[in-house]
Design a protein around this ligand. Structure first.
Ligand code: AVJ
Length: 338
């Protein structure tokens, strides 16, 4: 079952914006995933669910934080190297973006590609339909030669999600996966996701992947535990969302935000730690917490050259080119599908 919303562009009679919202599969269900995570030992919640409307807004605020270098580092790469990157994409391309969000950084690449070809098909994918609609409409107004097919859904199995909406084309498909979103997956799952994506592509198509690089905990930890408390609010919003959508009884003030770099695993971990022994009700079942017990809410894996090579290989891609910011904090890699 699918719902499609077509919105005519203001400046033309040609339909330039389509939003597809395939129904969530039964295995991708907030209520079931919450129950599974909160009855497991140790408890966990999936970071995918951070991004309801409020969560997306809080993530946008995180990107403005001085401590959160990630967005600025990648923005520097995309801003200063856009024409070089677009040239590496090749002469005739279409762009897919997994986890497009506000697609602010993507604009540098869209502008550089539009400087090289007369029209561009853009396929943004996001779990938040609202942000797809608002960023899509802004882009249509700013780029008259752009057409958008927005796909609302979970990109954990990208091939399944993309295949129905990516018509055969002579243009080379470039899949953008920016912002270190890949970092939410452990290395094995990241390899599996890329090899799944690979099955929706043809040999010679490209993946353009943003990855955050390993660095000192003194830089990493404040990026995930900022003094203003924006990241804490982003993390706690998961519990607020359970209250809003599943009738949960979480008292947010009795959970603390914790973030730290797990150097052995090469990842920043985020947790919500119960400040006291307590019992929470969700939709008819109870969840007991001990004092100090945590819910593991996110991993953010950090890469180096060796782990990036291993990732590309696991996915069936070959690294063609690598760009980094002036501080060496972040890398964008162009990988060609084998
Ligand atoms: C969107 C997954 C790239 O891991 O840096 C930011 C999410 N979590 N602050 C990241 C996030 C806390 C972000 N990613």
């Amino acid at each position: 079952m699918e719902e499609s919303l077509a919105v005519a562009a203001p400046s033309t009679t040609r339909e330039r914006f389509v939003l597809h919202s395939p129904a969530a599969s039964p295995s991708n269900n907030f209520a079931d995933d919450v129950r599974r995570g909160l009855t497991a030992t140790p408890k966990f919640l999936l970071p995918h669910y951070f991004y309801d409307a409020l969560g997306s807004a809080l993530f946008s605020a995180i990107c403005e934080l001085p401590e959160y270098y990630v967005t600025r580092a990648e923005d520097e790469i995309l801003r200063s190297r856009a024409s070089e990157i677009a040239a590496a994409f090749g002469p005739r391309v279409r762009l897919v973006e997994l986890g497009s969000g506000s697609a602010r950084k993507t604009r540098h690449l869209i502008e550089a590609v539009l400087a090289r070809q007369t029209a561009l098909d853009f396929f943004p994918v996001d779990v938040d339909a609202g942000i797809l609609a608002s960023s899509g409409h802004d882009m249509l107004n700013d780029y008259p030669r752009l057409s958008i097919t927005a796909i609302c859904g979970d990109f954990r199995n990208p091939a399944t999600l993309l295949r129905p909406y990516l018509p055969p084309s002579d243009a080379r498909t470039i899949v953008l996966f920016l912002g270190s979103s890949i970092g939410n997956l452990d290395p094995a799952a990241a390899g599996t996701m890329l090899s799944n994506l690979r099955t929706a592509l043809s040999p010679g198509d490209d993946l353009f992947l943003g990855a955050d690089l390993r660095k000192s905990p003194s830089i990493l930890e404040p990026a995930y535990d900022d003094p203003l408390g924006v990241t804490a609010a982003f993390n706690l919003n998961l519990l607020a969302r359970i209250n809003r959508e599943l009738g949960g009884t979480f008292d947010l003030s009795s959970f603390a935000h914790r973030a730290y770099y797990n150097e052995a695993e090469g990842r920043v971990e985020m947790h919500l730690v119960s400040r006291e022994a307590q019992r929470v009700l969700i939709d008819g079942y109870g969840v007991a917490f001990e004092e100090g017990e945590s819910i593991h809410t996110e991993n953010s894996y950090k890469y180096d050259d060796a782990s990036l090579s291993a990732l590309a290989e696991a996915g069936g891609f070959a690294i063609e080119q690598r760009w980094s910011d002036s501080k060496g904090y972040f890398a964008d890699l162009l990988m060609v599908a084998g």
